[in-house]
Write a protein that binds this ligand. Structure first.
Ligand code: PAP
Length: 332
């Protein structure tokens, strides 16, 4: 039987390669170091990063079956760093000739339907126009976990203050957490996050994996921060348009297209759309409420959750990990 794994990976269940992957997956699950998951019981440490069973298989499948194209553009992020925002900005910037801002695709479709996740079963991708070159993809995997063939692709990486990522992730994962497990307290989540035991983490190594790649190939990776997007969205949208090979023209500037895009993708606008308020969406093996992607959308919500001591511990780790990398921290 032919299976579809995202819209871009196809394999046969009785294929020799596929059987090899299943054997390797089984072997890895038996031998890799285990840590506590936030939503399910176990995470596995694969090549320095913590992932669950399903994502481990996804990595093996991507490695064998994914065929990248040099025109591909991948939005990469550690989860809860601004992926939803960036995906809507990239999608609407690239497709700005296809939809009018008064009757836009995003008015009737959740952001999950805009760009497929590499390594996760697809949600209904209602718009096939996004699949013509350049193809857009999303990943939460660290750069070093992606197949070697993707070195020809372009990446947009978005990072965010780890203190806000932690708070956002804890809220989200508590909703996904298996009812068979005891609830995950914020203190437990904090400890795990600091130790790096966190889906797709450690956070700092994740950021550094893309930062180092951006130093090696600055023209291939656009490195962004959630905080700069909040402060100067117009600068980021212009950068994105240039990077994706579709610069904003003078005529578009005069028509205010940049602000049309920003307003369409703003937290307030997206959160209040009916399509994003109700219902659930499938995310891998999990069911997620559509509204859970729009919580507060603020910089500094960590102040409501972290003690001074907790703040100092995370800032200290950031300082130590980023030292000598050229990457500056996230303190306001
Ligand atoms: P994902 O990893 O599950 O895809 P992601 O979109 O990266 O999640 O992060 C979700 C965060 O972005 C949430 O932050 P919070 O929990 O601190 O509120 C969410 O509210 C925020 N967010 C979603 N859309 C927007 C937007 N349009 N503008 C600003 N922030 C947004």
């Amino acid at each position: 039987m032919s299976l579809r794994f995202t819209s871009f990976i196809e394999y046969e269940e009785d294929d020799v390669e596929y059987n090899k992957i299943c054997d390797e997956h089984k072997h890895l699950l038996e031998t890799l170091p285990k840590g506590s998951g936030w939503s399910i019981q176990h995470l596995y440490n694969y090549n320095g990063f913590w992932i669950d069973e399903m994502l481990l298989k996804a990595i093996l499948l991507l490695d064998t079956y994914f065929k990248s194209e040099p025109t591909d553009i991948v939005l990469a992020s550690f989860m809860k760093s601004g992926t939803t925002w960036l995906k809507t900005l990239m999608f609407s910037t690239l497709n700005r000739d296809r939809y009018s801002f008064s009757n836009h695709f995003l008015h009737n479709n959740h952001p999950l339907s805009t760009i497929p996740f590499l390594g996760m079963k697809s949600y209904p991708m209602t718009d096939s126009t996004t699949f013509s070159a350049p193809r857009l993809f999303i990943t939460h995997f660290a750069r070093t976990l992606l197949p070697a063939c993707m070195s020809s692709c372009k990446f947009v990486y978005v990072c965010r203050d780890p203190k806000d990522v932690l708070v956002s992730k804890w809220h989200f994962m508590c909703k996904l957490r298996s009812k068979d497990l005891t609830p995950l307290s914020f203190d437990e989540a904090f400890e795990l996050f600091c130790l790096g035991v966190s889906e797709f983490g450690p956070f700092w190594e994740h950021v550094l994996s893309y930062w180092r790649a951006s130093l090696e190939s600055p023209d291939k990776i656009l490195f962004l921060r959630y905080e700069e997007l909040k402060k100067q969205p117009e600068v980021v949208v212009r950068k994105l348009a240039d990077f994706m090979g579709k610069p904003i023209t003078m005529e578009e500037e005069k028509k205010g297209v940049v602000w049309e895009i920003i307003n369409l993708c703003s937290f307030e606008n997206l959160r209040n759309l009916e399509v994003n308020k109700k219902g659930v969406e499938k995310l891998g093996n999990f069911e997620v409420e559509k509204q859970s992607f729009f919580r507060k959308g603020e910089i500094g919500d960590w102040k409501n959750y972290l003690s001074e001591e907790m703040k100092d511990r995370i800032d200290g780790i950031t300082k130590q990990k980023f030292q000598g990398s050229g990457l500056i921290g996230f303190n306001e």
